[in-house]
Write a protein that binds this ligand. Sequence first.
Ligand code: PLP
Length: 434
Amino acid sequence: MSSNFDTGAACAERLDASDPLAAFREFFSIPQGTIYLDGNSLGLLSRQAEESLKRVTKEWREQGIGGWLGAGSPWFTLAETLGEKAAALVGADPDEVVCAGATTVNLHALLASFYTPRGGRTRILADSLNFPSDIYALQGQLALRGLAPEEHLALVSPPASPGDSGLLDEDSIIHSMTREVAVALLPSVLYRSGQLLDMATLTAEAHRRGILIGFDCSHSAGVVPHQFDRWAVDFAFWCGYKYLNGGPGSTAFLYVNRRHFERRPLLAGWFGSDKQAQFKMRLDFEPAAGAGRWQISSPPILSMAPLEGALAVTREAGITRIREKSLLLTDYLIFLADRLLPEAETGIRVATPREHSRRGGHVALAGDERMWRVYQALKARGVVADFRPPGILRLAPVPLYNSFGEVRDTLVLLREILDSREYEAFPDEKSAVT
Ligand SMILES: *Cc1c(COP(=O)(O)O)cnc(C)c1O
């Protein structure tokens, strides 16, 4: 594809003119005066998401408690309804996905059922590059069972070669799938480097060794299609506020493969009940038949409401077309980074894999100690990206609302900032939220 690119503005215009998803940008509120490339941290508000949120507040105003059954999407079953709508994005049956809880909470809820240390199989396998919250949850799950994390949490690290420090090697993960491992938890896409792991192979290899495997798909849901059922993934979970555009802190999702529907939710709560039984208020828990049994509490309807509109936009665009545009956007970004920010001149390199099969939705540019200030200079010029230590600048061109022109403008700006050294005007101290 890169053979069709050049660095000129006309190339970006041509790519935008032939973009089948270009019209979707109109649905979104882009913060004024910005190029927003941070949809992998917080997706933007669409008109549809705002409408579904407004509709729910109106239903609350007009119906009060009647909204549980009388709302346009009855609140009593909204978790299941949204789960059904998200299921196709990850290759699942409608009853295998439910909208519930929060990312880390769902990891706890799932591990309570899926981590059953027995005999010599006591370990949890994860990786040292995963989002820290997941690791804290795993450490907590071990401690809850009286097992020392230092001994029972096996973390795969990247290979020693410095150039690949943000990437994991599937073979070394598989090599770590030893007889002591009960369950493996891995990210679909690594939040820093943007590497996409080969979930099909990892799942097959885990199962050959008697290991259950789950994935945190926060960095892929809504931008990379998955085939959980076909790959026979055991469980998964992801947030609703990144590429799914559900709003700040919006409700998350979880997936359980139907062959595990018999497992008991051990962080149990009444919203995991069979719907017919729930209001009988009996003291013996009768769990729902599907993934819904892993819900705990009353669903946070106002944090779920925007997801209805947001998922409608994603579904209308189609996950296949979203992925096609995402790859074209990141191909173009990488092409421009190579040409406009050559490593020999700038010390900046593309830390994201170049193969499509190994790339998620964002591109990480790795630089030296200047990178934090470069990030601030970029922000001062209206580009919202994000920074992850040590020196990673993440750029997420989101297929639903970013253009090829914005990608080019950003790379041109980056070059200007480096040439003019305008980053030197910015402080070295980090702020609380980056
Ligand atoms: C964003 C993200 C989270 C966030 O967890 P919350 O519980 O929603 O705060 C967790 N894991 C990964 C991999 C993420 O990308």
